[in-house]
Design a protein around this ligand. Structure first.
Ligand code: NAI
Ligand code: MG
Length: 370
């Protein structure tokens, strides 16, 4: 019996989660496997009613579950960023979900690339460090000095040496990217174990070590040490070259490790080359704790309540959850059902079809059982 914390959230979140759970029911019926679903009302509605974003009780429920299944948050009545930061980011940080898993698979016939190749890139994005740590601020200018004095001093001194014009008047803003050796080691451990588990012989590490030599130099060094430890090969790709390679030769990549900021950008490119936003799924993983699985799209308020949202990304997130719970056979069955459903053209309007959210999920559920 698996205990799943279900968080439908806002907008189309509840619609796609409900539809995907029909597919989970089909998995249960066909393969056995019992799922005990606990629903949580985290999201805009509760926030507007009670002012609560993410409570300690919410976090306790999450920690006690085997996995979290998430729809989306975001509501036009709430100022942008409030729900995203107060719920999503806090969840990732408090539960230390330091791995973001974003598969980029070719879902023909929706792949927009000219070459009709099959690909399956496994992006593993580090989720807690790099340029998204929030270590930034201002100095000089009308804003005056900020409170992060020690970082400020250091940067100021650096600026004395490096600033091209030597002109230190005026306003400055900075955002620091930082990697810890410990954070990089646990990231590398996950990546190499993941690739090895899939029977791959090497991984690719994306960075910009030709320009940001310190931060990504250390990352390269640690990955090289870990490659040796795991007996695996290691290729390096610069982030800009990677963006081009994803378009011209996506089939040449398997497991790809990418730091936070570049990962954000490249995985959005990935969502498009695989066939669009309606097909992108993601896992926020704590390898030793509880992990969360979600579609990468948001709450789509423009189409919410009409029963036309594409459930595919959420069904693919479900497959990732099953795989993470070591139900690999079941995960493959769900992905095969998705593939056949898309190939036969059974789809929602965003993909040129006529099915409703529930209708498309029902077709996938049928294909799981066949
Ligand atoms: P969005 O992903 O919700 O929608 C972008 C466009 O894609 C819209 O036109 C929408 O109708 C369409 N779309 C998205 N998912 C679809 C689906 N399953 N089927 C058919 N069409 C789909 O992004 P947007 O509009 O920028 O953000 C809306 C809200 O969602 C905002 O409040 C935003 O902050 C939030 N958001 C939440 C995320 C999360 O919970 N992980 C991720 C991204 C955005
Ligand atoms: Mg993004």
């Amino acid at each position: 019996m698996y205990h799943i914390d279900v968080i439908p959230g806002d907008g189309i979140g509840p619609e796609v989660v409900d539809a995907a759970l029909d597919v989970l029911k089909a998995v249960s019926e066909n393969y056995g496997g019992q799922f005990d679903l606990e629903y949580s009302d985290i999201g805009a509605e509760r926030y507007l009613r009670t002012g609560k974003l993410l409570t300690d009780e919410d976090l306790d429920t999450m920690r006690e579950s085997d996995a979290m299944f998430f729809g989306a948050v975001g509501d036009p009545r709430v100022e942008p960023g409030v729900l995203e930061r107060g719920i999503l980011l806090r969840m990732r940080t408090d539960l230390d979900q330091y791995i973001n898993l974003r598969p980029v698979q070719s879902w023909h016939p929706y792949v927009p690339l000219k070459n009709e190749v099959d690909f399956d890139i496994r992006f593993i994005r580090e989720n807690t460090e790099d340029f998204y740590m929030g270590a930034g601020g201002f100095f000089g200018g009308s804003k005056g000095p900020d409170s992060k004095v020690s970082i400020r001093r250091e940067l100021y001194n650096l600026e004395l040496d490096l600033h091209a014009t030597g002109d230190l008047d005026g306003e400055f803003a900075y955002e620091i990217g930082m990697l810890s050796a410990k954070g990089t080691e646990r990231f590398a451990d996950y990546v190499f174990r993941y690739a090895k588990d899939r029977g791959e012989e090497k991984i690719t590490l994306v960075d910009k070590a030709n320009v940001c030599t310190d931060i990504y130099g250390m990352q390269r060094r640690i990955f090289a040490e870990k490659a040796e430890e795991y007996g695996m090969g290691l290729d390096f790709m610069l982030a800009d070259a990677m963006a081009m390679a994803m378009v011209v030769r996506p089939e040449t990549f398997g497991t790809v490790a990418v730091p936070n900021l570049f990962g954000d950008v490249l995985t959005d490119l990935g969502a498009q080359i695989q066939g669009g936003l309606g097909l992108g799924a993601s896992g926020n993983i704590n390898p030793k704790g509880v992990s969360m699985f979600e579609p990468i799209h948001g709450s789509a308020p423009d189409i919410a309540g009409r029963g036309i949202a594409n459930p595919t990304a959420t069904v693919l997130a479900l497959a990732m959850m099953l795989e993470n719970l070591s139900m690999r056979k079941e995960a493959d069955a769900v992905r095969t059902a998705v593939k056949r459903c898309l190939a036969e053209g059974s789809a929602t309007p965003d993909m040129g079809g006529k099915l409703s959210t529930k209708g498309m999920a029902a077709r996938m559920a049928e294909l799981v059982i066949q």
